[in-house]
Design a protein. Structure first.
Length: 297
């Protein structure tokens, strides 16, 4: 009977990640001959071909690709289990891993994290930026503990708590003609360059809640990842942007900016903190959510 071991998954993952036995051996602290022997031994032990050679490269077979997918799901959970056990053994509180699915939320998070660390001196906070706009999978796979998102996707086993209300506004430069309107209508943006974060339009409220229902699109859309650069562009008349009103108010002293309400009723949003139901016993995690709700009221 084939017995799958954790080190099998680690080897499969590293060989796939590095693309060669030599590079993978370095990552695994093995010699290249030792890793070659281990690769052959895994295939014999499991009774299935995992790799095939194409020139100097090893390419995963169908079975190997399935095992790699399994490794990507299970290995983070092994690491999390060992990390938690070590924390319990050392009497530590733990590490709170936060995934961001909201480009403009970093300033808000900073306002929460700084006083939280004072309250929990034995807790470290690790912010994972790579989970922007794909954090649900990371939360389900135990790669993060909390997901910061304005657009929760409710799935079994996850809980989302609203912690902060805000309004989305149109940001224009001080000399822009729209500065003087009470609120903008969809047709106001027909001839505008709309500067957005690099996010699909189906996840941008200015499109889904405002422009698309009116059958209108801006003249041009530009994607910029950095908030500061986005606002410099707006300040110099290169386009308009849509951002949380609280963020615009924080940046206004540094840039020549003005915010305008979007539509007659505005666009109201919330920041949610998502977590797994199974983590209810983690007091430092529950307290972070409670603290985030209190500090913004």
């Amino acid at each position: 009977m084939a017995i799958l071991e954790r080190n099998h998954l680690m080897i499969i993952q590293e060989v796939a990640r590095e693309g060669s036995l030599t590079a993978a051996a370095t990552r695994l602290n093995l010699t290249q001959p030792a890793l070659s022997h281990a690769v052959r031994k895994i295939e014999i032990q499991l009774g299935v071909k995992i790799w095939r050679r194409e020139g100097r490269s090893l390419v995963l077979t169908q079975a190997g690709a399935w095992l790699l997918s399994l490794a990507n799901r299970l290995l983070p959970q092994f690491s999390l289990a060992e990390e938690r056990l070590e924390q319990f053994a050392n009497g530590e509180r733990g590490i709170l891993r936060i995934g961001m699915e909201c480009h403009p939320c970093y300033q808000w998070l900073l306002n929460v994290v700084s006083p939280y660390l004072e309250r929990w001196p034995k807790v470290d906070v690790d912010v994972r930026q790579k989970f922007q706009f794909g954090g649900i999978g990371a939360l389900l796979n135990n790669e993060i503990d909390i997901l910061v998102t304005p657009d929760p996707i409710h799935k079994q086993g996850l809980i989302f708590t609203p912690v902060f209300d805000y309004e989305l506004v149109l940001v224009v430069g001080n000399d822009h003609p729209l500065r003087n309107v009470e609120y903008i209508l969809p047709e106001h943006l027909i001839n505008e360059t709309l500067i957005t974060y690099p996010v699909p339009t189906e996840r941008l409220d200015i499109f889904t809640q405002f422009l698309q229902p009116a059958g209108i699109a801006p003249r041009q859309q530009k994607q910029i990842e950095t908030t500061d650069i986005m606002l410099v562009m707006v300040e110099h008349g290169r386009g308009v942007a849509v951002l949380p009103k609280w963020l615009v108010e924080e940046y206004a002293p540094r840039f020549g900016l003005h915010s305008v309400q979007i539509g007659k009723c505005g666009i109201a949003k919330q920041i949610f903190l998502g977590r797994r139901e199974t983590d209810e016993e983690l007091q430092y995690l529950a307290d972070f959510i409670k603290f985030a709700s209190e500090i913004n009221t």
